[in-house]
Design a binder for this molecule. Structure first.
Ligand code: NCD
Ligand code: ZN
Length: 349
C-alpha cells in the first residue's frame, strides 16, 4: 500500500463559507488545501443577482489568508423573481459557474427558494441554451413525505419530469444520499451529475440517532440506511466522471446545533481530504482519489483543472485534528468520522 500520494489540488464542488466572522474563521480551512470551490449562495439575505455575487466574491477574496491561492466559483440563488438576462450576464462575465435551486423550505436559508419549477422555466430554458449548470438541493419539502424519502420523491416528481422536459439542461444533484438517486444518474445521459460528501460516505443514520441524539451528524439530506452509504461509496470510487466531490462543509456554531431545534449541517473542511483518502484506501481505490476530488468536479463546471499538487502521507499513528475551530460567533465542531485518520496533507502548494 502506498504511504505517499500526490494529487492535483482538490476542488470542492459544494461549499458553504457564510459571511463575516464565520467566513473569516472557516475559509482558511478549505483554502489551505483546496484550489477552488463552488460557493453556496444561501446567505441571509441570499446571493440572488450578479451584483450580489460580485460583492460576496470580493468579501471572500478579502477574507483569504495571505499566500493562499483559491478560486471561489460563485453561484446564484434561484428565486421566482430571478431574471434570465441577469443570469446570462453573470455567466458570460465568468463570475458565476452555476445557479442553485433550493425547494422553498427544504434546508438552511431556503425560505426564498422555488415553490414551483413552472415559475422558473424561463430561467432554466435560458440556462439550457447557454450551457450553465443548475445545482439542485434534491429534496421535496412536503410535510406528508417522510424525511427519509424526500430525495427519492424529488427524483421521481421533480428531477425526472424536468430532465424529460429540458434534457439539454445540465443538472447537478447535490449531496446525493440514496442508492436510487445514484442509479438514476447512472441511467441518464451526460447532462446529469451528482456530488457526494465525505460524511455521507462515512456515516449512516445510526450516527445521528443510535445511543443518544447526536446533533453534529445531523445534516440535509439526512444520512440514510447502510445500503445507501455503500451505494455512494461504489459511485465515488467507480471512476464515472458524473460523480465528484462536494464536501457540503456547512458551519454552524455549536450553540445553534446543540439545542431544541438544531440546525442542519456538518462542518468537515478541516479534515475532508484526510477522510476521503481513508475512504478510498478502505475501498482499495486510492488511485481514483484524484479524479473524484480534483478533476471531475472542475471538468463538469468548466473550471480549468489545476497544475498545482498536494501530497498526502500515511502516518503510522492516527493524525490528530482540532475538535473544533474558534470563531467570533462561537466554536464550531469539526466532523468526527468515528474512526482514526492516518492520512495527512504533508505538502501544500
Ligand atoms: C446546509 C447549510 O447549513 O447551509 N446544511 C446542510 O445540512 N447540508 C444547506 C444544505 O446544503 O442543505
Ligand atoms: Zn449544502
Amino acid at each position: 500500500m502506498p504511504t505517499t500520494i500526490s494529487i492535483k489540488r482538490p476542488f470542492d464542488g459544494h461549499l458553504h463559507l457564510r459571511d463575516g466572522d464565520v467566513l473569516r474563521a472557516v475559509i482558511g480551512e478549505t483554502s489551505a488545501v483546496f484550489g477552488g470551490a463552488i460557493i453556496m449562495p444561501n446567505l441571509v439575505p441570499p446571493v440572488v443577482t450578479k451584483l450580489d455575487a460580485e460583492s460576496y466574491r470580493a468579501r471572500i477574496a478579502a477574507a483569504l489568508p495571505g499566500g493562499h491561492r483559491f478560486e471561489p466559483c460563485m453561484t446564484l440563488y434561484l428565486t421566482e423573481m430571478t431574471e434570465p438576462d441577469d443570469v446570462e450576464r453573470a455567466y458570460a462575465s465568468g463570475l458565476v459557474r452555476a445557479v442553485k435551486l433550493y425547494p422553498a423550505g427544504a434546508t438552511t436559508n431556503s425560505q426564498s427558494g422555488v415553490q414551483s419549477i413552472a415559475n422558473v422555466m424561463p430561467v432554466l430554458e435560458r440556462m439550457a441554451k447557454i450551457g450553465l449548470p443548475l445545482c439542485v438541493h434534491g429534496e421535496v419539502n412536503s410535510p406528508d413525505v417522510d424525511i427519509f424519502d424526500r430525495e427519492l420523491v424529488f427524483v421521481e416528481t421533480v428531477l425526472d419530469p424536468l430532465h424529460r422536459r429540458l434534457p439539454e439542461l445540465r443538472v447537478t444533484m447535490e449531496h446525493v444520499t440514496t442508492a436510487e438517486c445514484v442509479d438514476y444518474i447512472r441511467a441518464s445521459g451526460a447532462n446529469l451529475s451528482g456530488s457526494i460528501t465525505p460524511h455521507h460516505l462515512i456515516i449512516n443514520r445510526n450516527a445521528i440517532l443510535a445511543g443518544g441524539i447526536k446533533p453534529h451528524y445531523y445534516c440535509l439530506p439526512v444520512p440514510k440506511r447502510e445500503r445507501h452509504r455503500l451505494a455512494l461509496r461504489a459511485a465515488a470510487v467507480s471512476g464515472d466522471p458524473r460523480f465528484f466531490l462536494g464536501t457540503d462543509s456547512a458551519p454552524h456554531t455549536d450553540s445553534s446545533k446543540e439545542c431544541a431545534c438544531g440546525c442542519a449541517g456538518v462542518f468537515n473542511a478541516t479534515n475532508a481530504l484526510s477522510c476521503l483518502a481513508q475512504v478510498f484506501e478502505q475501498e482499495g481505490a486510492l488511485d481514483r482519489l484524484e479524479a473524484f476530488a480534483s478533476i471531475y468536479g472542475p471538468a463538469w463546471y468548466g473550471v480549468p483543472i489545476t497544475a498545482e499538487m498536494v501530497t498526502l502521507v500515511r502516518q503510522s499513528d492516527p493524525v490528530s485534528f482540532p475538535c473544533e475551530i474558534h470563531t467570533a460567533a462561537g466554536p464550531i465542531k469539526v466532523f468526527d468520522p468515528l474512526f482514526p485518520l492516518y492520512w495527512v496533507v504533508a505538502r501544500r502548494p
